[in-house]
Design a binder for this molecule. Structure first.
Ligand SMILES: Cc1cc2nc3c(=O)[nH]c(=O)nc-3n(C[C@H](O)[C@H](O)[C@H](O)COP(=O)(O)OP(=O)(O)OC[C@H]3O[C@@H](n4cnc5c(N)ncnc54)[C@H](O)[C@@H]3O)c2cc1C
Length: 509
């Protein structure tokens, strides 16, 4: 018998997420333990037109798992790692959707394998990662979650179970045909928009002419089906790692450092550092902290140098033969760009590396706490822009925020032209100004060919900005695609599209 919880104090945790959006409510939370359990819940919900929201670990920042009526499918009990296997050049893991990322990372590590996606907050579930196409610091080298998904088992809103292996089913240009075991075939047109040409993108459905159908479900934010289990690609664990948090007293120098580290790494893509290319770096993470971010972190870390106005967290994979020469290269790069090398922090062993990662992780956590304590809605950007537009975008952020006399932090994935701006309003007047400025950021990102969400997704909080990116007509196309999978309109309501794009479902609960 499937565990079901209905008492308010028992289900409270499932009614919110890291967005701190208030008002979530549901009549019950069910805890399936198998694909068949999930299918049964969905069949009944479709018949009774009951809304269903899927819950992972609730670390999402855009209220994707926050229900407004109906029931919640919690994936906590789908938490088995079925296997981790070695193969030539890497390996595979088969896991259920409710496995925590950190548990999979540990299981892979024990086999000297690596699951590259690493979205900072490791308590998230793999199902949530796949549903948001999560990425993180290592995405600079390895790309987002999508690149590591080989097979998905999905329960569709109708209760049909599908098993999609990468390579098995492709769209015919923009027409998709998905045969179900019941004998029926789902047929639908893919939306006609082109996706922005950015290094990371998590805004609306992933669409490409002739695309692999598995990619439609990755990043679909709990609107097309419940991911039940997945087969993941693993890579050999790098032999060694050199990481650092390096501080700068001059922001222009910091940016020129990033530029050179990035350029030298991109030219090294797909090749290992070799004697013949001693200038190659192959860095896997390049993360930025502006001056205001350092001020926040100083609350917790009193060793952040006083004269520092910015910092970069980097990770560089090494081998026993490249370790020394890479260290020399990094030190020379730091000297060229006038880093505060003596006061910077470096790590070559796992415990020290974990401390540097913790420093990186502390900032979004401090930001989230700040918003919660000050009872302010989070004003936080997630835009990425094409390479040539990044320097201008960063200046635009800084100038607009200074002109608007607002407190803010800017930090994050600078290697991928994707930094998070958090505006910290102290009162409602500042909050209104913050939202006006936020909208100018969105417009600017769209104008320069960027995306409005590079990794956190649209959820319930960024729908109006998706309209700015794609326009009304393309949102209708997306909603029509959803209806092909979810004719009763029960699943993930409120995510990606507003109610105006969907048929009414009865808001039970
Ligand atoms: C401090 C902090 C730092 C973060 N840093 C990053 C970062 O660097 N990169 C990044 O990408 N994200 C980051 N995030 C956001 C978050 O961790 C990711 O979005 C994560 O992938 C969400 O996983 P979850 O299990 O918590 O999902 P939830 O929050 O529970 O759900 C997220 C969405 O996925 C859907 N969903 C969940 N499980 C399933 C399933 N099995 N099938 C179908 N749909 C499902 C939900 O309905 C919801 O729409 C950060 C969050 C925090 C709090």
């Amino acid at each position: 018998m499937m565990l079901t919880k209905t008492q308010p104090d028992e289900i409270q945790n499932y009614l919110s997420d890291a967005s701190y959006l208030k008002g979530g409510h549901a009549s019950r939370v069910v805890f399936p333990e198998s694909a068949e359990d999930v299918a049964r819940v969905l069949v009944e919900a479709s018949q009774t037109k009951t809304q269903v929201t899927i819950s992972g670990a609730g670390t999402g920042t855009v209220a994707g798992r926050v229900p407004f009526g109906g029931i919640v499918i919690a994936t906590d009990r789908l938490n088995r790692i079925r296997s981790v296997t070695h193969e030539e050049g890497g390996g595979h893991a088969i896991t259920e959707a409710g496995v925590r990322l950190i548990d999979l990372q540990r299981a892979a590590d024990a086999e000297r394998l690596l699951y590259p996606p690493d979205p900072t907050e490791r308590s998230c579930f793999l199902g949530g990662n796949i549903a948001t196409n999560a990425s993180g610091a290592r995405t600079f080298k390895y790309g987002p979650t999508r690149n590591y998904i080989e097979r998905l088992k999905i329960a569709l809103p109708t209760g049909d179970l599908i098993d999609l292996r990468r390579g098995d089913l492709h769209a015919d240009d923009r027409l998709i045909r998905l045969p179900l075991s019941s004998g029926t075939v789902i047929e639908a047109q893919l939306p006609s928009y082109e996706m922005p040409r950015v290094r990371k993108h998590a805004s609306g459905y992933y669409i490409k002419s002739g695309m692999d159908l598995i990619d439609l479900f990755i990043g679909s934010e709990g609107t097309l089906g419940v991911i039940v289990d997945a087969e993941l690609k693993l890579i050999p664990k790098p032999e060694g790692l050199l990481s650092g948090v390096v501080f700068f007293a001059d922001e222009d120098k910091l940016l020129s450092f990033v530029s050179e580290a990035r350029e030298r790494s991109l030219t090294m893509r797909d090749s290992s550092v070799s004697e013949s290319n001693p200038k190659g770096l192959g860095v896997r993470a390049l993360e930025y902290f502006d001056n205001q971010s350092l001020n926040f972190l100083r609350q917790k870390y009193n060793t952040v140098p006083e004269q520092a106005v910015g910092a970069i967290f980097f990770e560089q994979e090494t081998t026993s033969s490249s370790e020394d020469s890479l260290m020399t290269e990094w030190l020379s790069l730091l000297e060229t760009h006038k880093a505060l090398t003596d006061q910077s922090w470096f790590a070559t062993n796992e415990p020290d590396q974990a401390k540097l990662r913790e420093f990186r992780h502390a900032l979004p956590v401090l930001m989230n706490e700040w918003f919660a304590q000050h009872n302010q809605k989070k004003v936080s950007t997630d835009m990425a822009v094409p390479d040539e537009a990044f320097a201008g975008m960063l200046r635009f952020y800084q100038d607009s925020l200074r002109d608007g006399d607002l407190r803010y932090t800017i930090f994050g994935h600078i290697g991928d032209n994707h930094v998070h701006v958090n505006i910290l309003p102290r009162n409602d007047d500042e909050a209104n100004r913050a939202w006006e400025i936020y909208r100018t950021f969105i417009r600017r990102a769209v104008d320069v060919g960027g995306t409005i969400s590079a990794e956190h997704g649209i959820g319930k909080l960024k729908r109006e900005y998706l309209r700015e990116l794609y326009g009304e007509e393309h949102l209708r196309e997306m909603a029509a695609l959803k209806r092909a999978f979810d004719p009763a309109g029960i699943l993930g309501r409120g995510n990606i599209f507003g109610e105006e794009f969907l048929k009414p479902a009865s808001p039970e609960g």
